[in-house]
Design a protein around this ligand. Structure first.
Ligand SMILES: CC(C)(COP(=O)(O)OP(=O)(O)OC[C@H]1O[C@@H](n2cnc3c(N)ncnc32)[C@H](O)[C@@H]1OP(=O)(O)O)[C@@H](O)C(=O)NCCC(=O)NCCS
Length: 198
């Protein structure tokens, strides 16, 4: 947590500030969620069109179990990525990561940079494995993660139900945290963004 707030330049030179989500971000978070296209919101894990979701995220902050990092520019949230870790039990060495980026800021490496920050945090917390869960609608991301050394561990048909009741396949990819961190560092370096001296 010592690295925040942090100024970061995206692939096109746009600067944003990365910092943990705070209690007072509820309205900005709801506005951010509302800018995500409806067809994407349908496939997110939570119903982000419901103002209670942003409220709950901001009221129930506990950075030990869920660390949400936002990308801010001019008081607006343009990206959100979160590191999830069980508070107790036999999966305490496994972290999960999720992300969403404002449509106007995509393909500028924002999600990758947020992911990079969360991987550093995961290593500092002693997490050994990173797990990514993608539904079939997010298949386009699987190749990106495989390029970072992630392996497809499981594919389960019908495990996810979207907000309209449609059933989807869930794919779980995992990697050891340090390999993911090294590979992502290489990926970012090749694109000339972030993570330069780290
Ligand atoms: C998925 C999402 C977070 C990516 O954000 P982003 O900031 O655009 O991602 P990046 O620029 O860091 O892209 C990283 C890599 O992901 C892959 N990728 C991202 N968007 C892609 C797309 N639309 N089509 C194909 N590949 C894509 C590419 O390999 C990309 O690398 P490249 O640009 O060097 O080719 C964003 O599209 C989003 O918010 N989608 C809606 C929510 C969602 O689907 N979340 C995923 C479930 S966790």
């Amino acid at each position: 947590m010592k690295d925040f707030p942090q100024q970061t330049a995206l692939r096109d030179g746009t600067t944003v500030e990365f910092r943990p989500l705070a209690r007072e971000d509820e309205k900005a978070l709801f506005r951010f969620f509302s800018r995500l296209p409806e067809k994407e919101r349908l496939y997110l894990r939570e119903d982000v069109a419901d103002p209670d979701t942003a409220k709950r995220w901001c009221e129930e902050l506990d950075y030990e179990t869920v660390l949400p990092i936002v990308a801010m520019r001019k008081k607006r949230i343009f990206g959100l990525a979160s590191l999830h870790r069980p508070a107790r039990g036999w999966s305490m060495h496994v972290g999960g990561i999720r992300a969403a980026v404002d449509p106007s800021m995509r393909r500028k490496s924002m999600a990758s940079l947020l992911f990079w920050e969360l991987l550093k945090e995961a290593i500092e917390r002693g997490l050994e494995i990173i797990s990514i869960e993608l539904i079939d609608k997010h298949d386009f991301l699987a190749q990106f993660f495989e390029g970072l050394g992630f392996r497809r561990e499981a594919e389960m048909d019908g495990l996810v139900v979207d907000l309209k009741g449609g059933k989807h396949r869930l794919t779980i990819l995992t990697n050891d945290t340090i390999t993911a961190w090294r590979k992502l560092k290489e990926y970012l370096r090749e694109r000339g963004v972030g993570a330069m001296g780290q």
